[in-house]
Design a protein around this ligand. Sequence first.
Ligand SMILES: [Zn+2]
Length: 220
Amino acid sequence: MTAKRDLQGAIGQFENGMRLVGSALMKLDAGETTTQPWRLPVGNDEHPSSGWYVYTRHDLTGRRNSHINNYAHTGIDLNGDWRNPETGEFRGNVDIGQPVFAVADGEIVSVGFSDRFRGGVVLKVDHFGVPLYVRYWHIGFPAGHNWFTVGETVEVGQQLGAIDEYPNGYAHLHFDMAWQPFKAHWWFTKHKEIEWANPVYILKTHCQPLEVDAMVEKSN
Ligand SMILES: [Zn+2]
């Protein structure tokens, strides 16, 4: 009788497990049909993704930025990869004024500005049912639009701003992601409590992975 009870217990557990698997699969199916493709944060018809490269990379997933003195960096820096037709300058500041875009539908959850780092916004987006906080930094106001306010919703592809001058070096878009909402003091990095995500990995999940790889390869 004990053996039979054990067997019935095991069957019960198995059925429970199958129910959990079934509901997880249903959620996955629902997610797949409702998750829109994202777009890259930079790039348009004039300068598509092939005209951009990732210079500074995320260093919290085992990859230090050894080519720039091992300094800690969250996220990635995106730079223009073309020559300025007026000045002849290659790379450098060619991307000043280039638009930056919402990678996905989302909500503006933080806005910041400083003379040193210029403007920034944080966009809360959905990553397969999990909230993800995406920060754009060193940008200026979008033309014809006042600075975004917290709580405003934006659509994938909507312009969030334009790459601004960067007083400490060449202009670029700093782009990073965290799993928790940004707090005001997070604007200045190296806060250990922040759980950063690797934007290269996330972008490859939602956009064309080969395009993302090509932008990263150019910095090697
Ligand atoms: Zn950066």
